[in-house]
Write a protein that binds this ligand. Structure first.
Ligand code: INI
Length: 156
């Protein structure tokens, strides 16, 4: 039997142009997600000069900002980061749902990988744990996913 072809993306950000799009709401958390994303990109080979951090007011605004960046066609990957805490708003489901739906739509429409680094938690403490605390850094994880997917898309 012939060998089965398998394709995966490499975790190599060398030469990639990346936008990190951050929602400023819950900024203490989100700045840690931004740091996790940018540190991870650089540690995997990205040139700091090829990384742009863009700040939107809240997670609800992420899709429209992502849409503009993706439509310009100047980046190979995008990392979207934000923090939506259920306890803070009765609009949690709208804000979190629209952010996730919009992020996915932009990625599919433009064929640009967008790492989903928007925390959606019940409490602020749960967000702290996932923003460089004991449960890792969601921004770093999203950056890795975007880098891997960008490389995978190149090979398909
Ligand atoms: N935006 C967030 O990013 N996180 C939140 O937890 C949040 N809460 O709690 O309301 C939030 N609201 C703002 C929203 O994203 C928009 O900026 C706002 O509704 C204006 O359009």
């Amino acid at each position: 039997m012939d060998a089965i072809e398998q394709r995966t993306g490499k975790l190599d950000a060398t030469g990639l142009k990346v936008a990190v799009v951050a929602a400023r709401f819950n900024e203490i958390i989100v700045e840690r997600l931004v740091a996790g994303a940018t540190d991870t990109l650089v540690r995997h080979g990205a040139d700091p000069g090829d990384i742009t951090v863009v700040w939107a007011p809240g997670a609800f605004e992420l899709p429209v900002v992502l849409e503009r960046i993706a439509a310009k066609g100047e980046v190979d990957a995008i990392v979207a980061v934000g923090c939506v805490v259920r306890g803070e708003t009765p609009h949690f489901d709208y804000v979190a749902g629209e952010a996730a739906r919009g992020i996915a739509a932009v990625a599919r429409t433009h064929g640009v990988p967008v790492g989903l680094g928007v925390l959606t938690t019940e409490t602020f403490d749960q967000a702290v744990a996932r923003a460089g605390g004991k449960l890792g850094n969601n921004g770093a994880d999203a950056a890795l996913a975007a880098v891997e997917t960008a490389d995978l898309l190149r090979s398909l």
